[in-house]
Design a protein around this ligand. Sequence first.
Ligand code: PEP
Ligand code: MN
Length: 340
Amino acid sequence: MVIVMKAGASDEQIKHVVDRIKELDYTPHLISGVERTVIGAVGDERGKGVLTTLETLDGVESVVPILKPYKLASSEVKKERSVIRVGDSGVEIGGNKLCVMAGPCSVEGEEQILQVAHAVKSAGAHMLRGGAYKPRTSPYTFQGMEEKGLKLLARAREATGLPFITEVMDTAQVDLVEEYADIIQIGTRNVQNFALLKRVGKCRKPVFLKRGLATTINEWLMSAEYILSEGNPDVILCERGIRTFETATRNTMDLSAVPVLNELTHLPVILDPSHGTGFRRFVSPMACASVAAGADGLMIEVHQDPDHAWSDGPQSLDLPMFSDLMVRLKGHAEASGRSM
Ligand code: PEP
Ligand code: MN
């Protein structure tokens, strides 16, 4: 259920409703909007008090049932779109300005990450990406630089001012990754690793949740719900292609997920055309299409020498290609009423 407070309801009235929700054995989640506060009451409804009785309390406008299986992620609960602030970097995701995250698939060394970080920054990227823990299909391929990689990403942040996003693969790594990263990425393969989702739900950093190779939008939003229901309100969704019968591209980038998500959820949506297509020549057209479809930003793999990249070289843009893409994107952003 969602308890919609009247515009101008007092803090005292809100607190009273929160206390009543707890007494009825539900968990309250406060969502403060510009105009009014809504309170999500989440919990198993069987054998409990009736939340509709809250309708008579002072300051309450209405008590509305949530029809979707996900609640905190739902636009039924929160009509305003979420804008996620990335620490005190000044970067926001979900507002009018598009957010472009760019960098190599994997951190490979100090010189490499600094070179790419400086290049993507001067081309106009807002965040740096780079993997330190890599979920590779084969155990015999490069697995990432681990903590050393995190330290190098932090060096690159210091040198460029770009906040960074990096993946965490296991609950045991979360403390360390959270200490370094500005945004914590949950990769495709962990989209239904519920222990990991619950753990990052306790983090104080935003979580970037990639869609699974074969998860429906409903399942994906239920995964977001795992994070939100643990108390972390800052979840960003990333469409990165799904597995279909098509083999001409590495994955099938589901562009229609953008307008669908924009209807179903208030959470920001980022597109990753690098993993979405698997080929660098398809990245730019799909990036532009993502902006036209209503994405809040992009994640792009960029490498200074893609042919020698330690992972995902074929889909990585080189530095001039990335600069060109940023110029093209500017026009598309403007046509969609957004800024870069
Ligand atoms: C990545 O971002 O490099 C990555 C491994 O992504 P995904 O989980 O989408 O495959
Ligand atoms: Mn990659």
